[in-house]
Design a binder for this molecule. Structure first.
Ligand SMILES: Cc1cc2nc3c(=O)[nH]c(=O)nc-3n(C[C@H](O)[C@H](O)[C@H](O)COP(=O)(O)OP(=O)(O)OC[C@H]3O[C@@H](n4cnc5c(N)ncnc54)[C@H](O)[C@@H]3O)c2cc1C
Length: 162
């Protein structure tokens, strides 16, 4: 027998800037949750493992859809860039073949089309396929700060992220 579960009602917003996101996060309760691709978050909500009052969709924010490579500055991957965009990028395949290989392991083509590298890292599953090394940028109204990925595993992801 299939057991039906119900997701609690929640509000949804799709801000257009990082500033709006940080305002929303600082003004709302701990049950405010960022959604990127939703491939982890929606599954957790359906299983009642995550209760959300306000869902903040970051997919439409131009700054978070940046995917650029510069030989000096290196690679910049916005938090809303899908895994598929990363996997399809010939420059990344040339300069960061390990990243292309890791992304190829994340689910199937549909999951890669929605899911993001940022979501994979913040979800911090011990089974996650992306590499836990580097420095994500943490944004706050008071400014920006970089933290090593390993902090995601030491602290609870929700305390470190966003
Ligand atoms: C069928 C299926 C197969 C899968 N197979 C694999 C697999 O083989 N390997 C693997 O590693 N994973 C797998 N996954 C898990 C998932 O697809 C990946 O972890 C994916 O990369 C998550 O990205 P997302 O954008 O969908 O995250 P979301 O679900 O949107 O978010 C995940 C978490 O990160 C937080 N978050 C997202 N973006 C930000 C941000 N910018 N700032 C702060 N917090 C943020 C969210 O609040 C949430 O807590 C699978 C999932 C499914 C449903």
């Amino acid at each position: 027998m299939v057991r039906r579960t119900f997701v609690k009602d929640f509000n949804y917003v799709a801000p257009q800037s990082i500033t709006e996101v940080t305002m929303l996060l600082s003004q709302n309760s701990s049950r405010v949750q960022i959604i990127a691709g939703g491939t982890d978050l929606l599954a957790q909500m359906r299983e009642n493992r995550r209760i959300v009052d306000l869902m903040v969709d970051v997919k439409q924010i131009p700054d978070l859809n940046i995917l650029t490579y510069d030989p000096t500055a290196g690679l910049t991957i916005g938090a809303a860039v899908s895994c598929l965009r990363i996997w399809n990028n010939p420059t990344i395949a040339k300069h960061y073949p390990g990243l292309t290989d890791a992304i190829a392991l994340i689910g199937g083509i549909q999951i890669q089309g929605r899911g993001t590298l940022g979501g994979n890292l913040v979800n911090a599953s011990p089974a996650a396929d992306s590499l836990p090394d580097g420095s994500p940028i943490r944004c706050r109204r008071s400014g920006r700060r970089s933290l090593p990925f390993t902090w995601m595993w030491i602290w609870h992801p929700r305390r470190v992220s966003a």
